[in-house]
Design a protein around this ligand. Sequence first.
Ligand SMILES: Nc1ncnc2c1ncn2[C@@H]1O[C@H](COP(=O)(O)OP(=O)(O)OP(=O)(O)O)[C@@H](O)[C@H]1O
Ligand SMILES: [Mg+2]
Length: 262
Amino acid sequence: MADSEEVSVSNDSEPLLSVRHLRKSYGDHEVLKDVSFDVKRGQVLVLLGPSGSGKSTLIRCLNGLETIQGGEIWFKGQKIANNSEKTWRKLRAEIGMVFQSYDLFPNLTVAKNIELGPTKVQKRPKAEVAKQMDQLLADVQLTEYKNSYPRELSGGQKQRIAVVRALAMNPELMLFDEVTASLDPEMVREVLELMLRLAKRHMTMIVVTHEMEFARRVADTVMFLENGVILERQPGDEFFTNPKTDRARNFLESMAPVGDEA
Ligand SMILES: Nc1ncnc2c1ncn2[C@@H]1O[C@H](COP(=O)(O)OP(=O)(O)OP(=O)(O)O)[C@@H](O)[C@H]1O
Ligand SMILES: [Mg+2]
């Protein structure tokens, strides 16, 4: 698969993330069934699938927020010991995650929200972190909100700060789970554009989204999940023009704008 990627990117041919035969259940309900895939450095993997197919669960497993019942997760060539909270605590600096609901600390200013992880968890020098924060805030055009509290920001602004906060940890992998789903339409664009800029800068990302135009533009690879099984894994262009399974085709049709005949 994806021979072309071999030549394009770095000297580092080993995948950044490798998931092998992952199984996740809630009680008797098996939500992820033998899921295996790799993500290379610089790659953008878009995860699509109907509601309840297991997308959020998979993202959460990749950040150690769920215990798993089987399989292996490898990151930078090292196997992550199953369900080891200690390992995950370390890795969460390297694997950034942004969810649908803004998870900023409401009692802290924007600046404090951003600085907390890098200074307290990573113990990096304050001056260095402050400089990086200023650059990141300028990049998302929110410099003037540095000393504001989250309640003083719009939903779109909060989500951009949530992304900035994750980026301030210098992660090697970013996980995005429907980060625009609860935003008013006019705020969706600015968040999607930020993610497109990250992709252009070769940030390795796994993205769950219902924004199909965006998915098409950002995806190197699309993985289509149904009932906890990967039905398709294809280069983005191919998936959107020529899905292999009826299920994926139906899904794409169901996501088309109202009035569009496929
Ligand atoms: N904490 C939980 N306890 C029990 N079952 C859960 C839990 N979280 C998710 N599930 C179940 O796991 C399945 C997958 O859920 P998940 O949230 O991963 O789906 P999803 O693909 O993200 O859906 P959506 O597109 O609606 O966000 C669903 O059947 C859901 O009911
Ligand atoms: Mg979900």
